[in-house]
Design a protein around this ligand. Structure first.
Ligand code: HEM
Length: 496
């Protein structure tokens, strides 16, 4: 046998042996033979006969667990709603619960070495740089300027044009996704994709970004990582589409970075990319950092706004109180509140927090345990186990929020005199908590309040008859999105 052929067979044998060992390790860890009720129900999907969403079924199981923690053996996943456990994972033993390799591999092609997808030194470096930038008051006012000009120049005119047509229905989820994409691109790149123009097809870049996030999320829910790795190796199906979408994103990022380099004088530009360019010379690294921000800030805000308007459509009394509060602070003719005025609106803030409590954009978030450990509630965690905290279920726990946990009541966030009173972030990890708490929290809240208030003051949005009393059904993905969108009837308030 010639030596090349021998080398080839040797390579194939070693690859096969390694794949078999990986497969065996994978099955041993996941316990696919588990016969407990939860695992049987998961594998047979029988939970779908009683629950609309997987997160609702998990919530039910967690509510009935004495510790507020469950173990889904077939997934090798320990899920908790216990605030003490959450504090332990995200703060006390932070080093023992990194993002871990499995998710880094899943999101690696899209996010590379961006902040969202790294641990250790790379994370510390980006975290320090990004938090210095985001705390800067000039970037805060830059972010607010972008939001208010997009609201004034695009969002309000769009809703006005729709409301002038009788019985016109608008998918608000789609509008918010376009809106937040324009915003985060302007903020991160200083580039305006102009998505909030419904007469134009959504930009190629936004489409590529949508596809890349969707196919990356699909990797996370595939029965075994070997499936998507196989498809990636042979460049077929969803993996081929993912590769094409990422290629387009890379091309655009390259163009923007090149353009900025040619322009020079980064210090005079406010966008995040220009700020990072002043201290980073590696273009691939810059691309990764900025793409992480795009992912972090786009769908989350759109998701939060969509659920908020779904709740308001079902709770007109909350909408009325928001308008009453704003009338005391703003002029009658004022279209958009100022940054300082928004800060004075405690009821508005409470309503947004309450909406995020029941419908957190990031419904669950997982870490991987590095060394064997025991959680404060006594749960044993073996090295390599996936540990998930579940903000969606936490928002519905009577043990955390009391008997009325399932109700939409902004008042629970207000103390005497109507002043907003925050809760422990470990009870409410909607923005995560501890050392990796969301860096865009303040920005996101200001954006949500500004958009919501501008719409509420000028328009009345109603659910069409056929969607009344329908509970949202979520699509699988990294961020919560309602299947079928949020179709609402739009009318200008003065026309009512
Ligand atoms: C309602 C809106 C938002 C919600 C609910 C939210 C929630 C979260 C959550 C749960 C995480 C932790 C994710 C993980 O580690 O797996 C996170 C991280 C992060 N968020 Fe947000 N986010 C929002 C908006 C934003 C915005 C607008 C930006 C940017 C301008 C942003 C920037 C970031 C960054 C950079 C991280 C990574 C922090 C780190 O790993 O140290 N977020 N966010």
């Amino acid at each position: 046998m010639n030596s090349n052929l021998f080398a080839f067979f040797f390579f194939v044998l070693v690859t096969l042996a390694l794949s078999l060992i990986t497969l065996l390790k994978f099955f041993l860890k996941l316990k696919p033979w588990c016969n407990c009720d939860t695992c049987k129900s998961y594998v047979s999907s029988s939970w779908t006969s009683k629950f609309t969403n997987l997160c609702d079924w998990y919530t039910h199981l967690l509510q009935h667990s004495s510790t507020g923690t469950i173990h889904v053996h077939v997934l090798g996943n320990i899920i908790t709603t216990n605030p003490e456990n959450v504090e332990y994972i995200l703060k006390t033993r932070f080093e023992n619960y990194p993002k871990g390799k499995p998710f880094q591999t899943i999101l690696g092609d899209l996010l590379g070495r961006g902040i969202f997808n790294v641990d250790g030194h790379q994370w510390k470096f980006q975290r320090k740089m990004a938090s210095l930038e985001l705390k800067n008051s000039s970037i805060k006012s830059y972010a607010f300027e972008i939001v208010s000009s997009e609201v004034k120049g695009r969002l309000i005119p769009l809703l006005s044009s729709v409301s002038s047509n009788k019985n016109q229905i608008l998918d608000l989820q789609d509008v918010f996704r376009r809106f937040s994409f324009d915003n985060i691109c302007k903020f991160s790149f200083g580039f305006d994709p102009g998505c909030l123009n419904l007469s134009l097809p959504i930009s190629e870049f936004a489409l590529a970004f949508d596809l890349a996030s969707r196919f990356s999320a699909e990797r996370a829910i595939s029965a075994s990582p070997l499936i998507w790795k196989f498809k990636r190796f042979f460049n077929i199906g969803s993996e081929r589409k993912l590769k094409e979408a990422i290629k387009l994103i890379d091309l655009l990022a390259e163009e923007v970075i090149k353009h900025k380099r040619n322009e020079g004088s980064f210090s005079t530009h406010h966008d995040l990319l220009s700020r990072f360019m002043a201290s980073i010379v590696d273009d691939k690294y810059l691309r990764d950092i900025i793409i992480s921000f795009l992912l972090a800030g786009r769908d989350t805000v759109a998701s939060g706004l969509t659920s908020f308007f779904w709740l308001l459509a079902n709770h007109p009394e909350v909408k009325k109180s928001i308008i009453q509060e704003s009338d005391k602070i703003m002029d009658q003719s004022q279209e958009i509140a100022t940054y300082d005025q928004l800060k004075q609106m405690h009821y508005l803030q409470a309503s947004v927090y309450e909406s995020l409590r029941l419908y957190p954009p990031v419904q669950f978030d997982s870490k991987f345990c590095s060394q064997d450990d025991v959680l404060p509630d006594g749960t044993l965690i073996k090295k390599g186990t996936r540990v998930t905290y579940h903000p969606y279920a936490m928002g519905r726990m009577k043990s955390i929020w009391g008997e009325d946990a399932g109700e939409f009541k902004p008042e629970r966030w207000l103390e005497e005199g109507g002043i907003f009173k925050p809760q422990s972030p470990f009870k409410y990890p909607v923005f995560q908590a501890g050392l990796r708490v969301c860096l865009g929290k303040e920005m996101a809240l200001v954006e949500m309040k500004c958009v919501a208030l501008s719409i509420i003051r000028q328009f009345d949005l109603k659910l069409p008859e056929n969607s009344l009393n329908q509970y949202p059904k979520f699509m699988p993905g990294l961020t919560a999105a309602i299947r079928g969108g949020l179709p609402l009837l739009v009318k200008e308030r003065r026309l009512f």
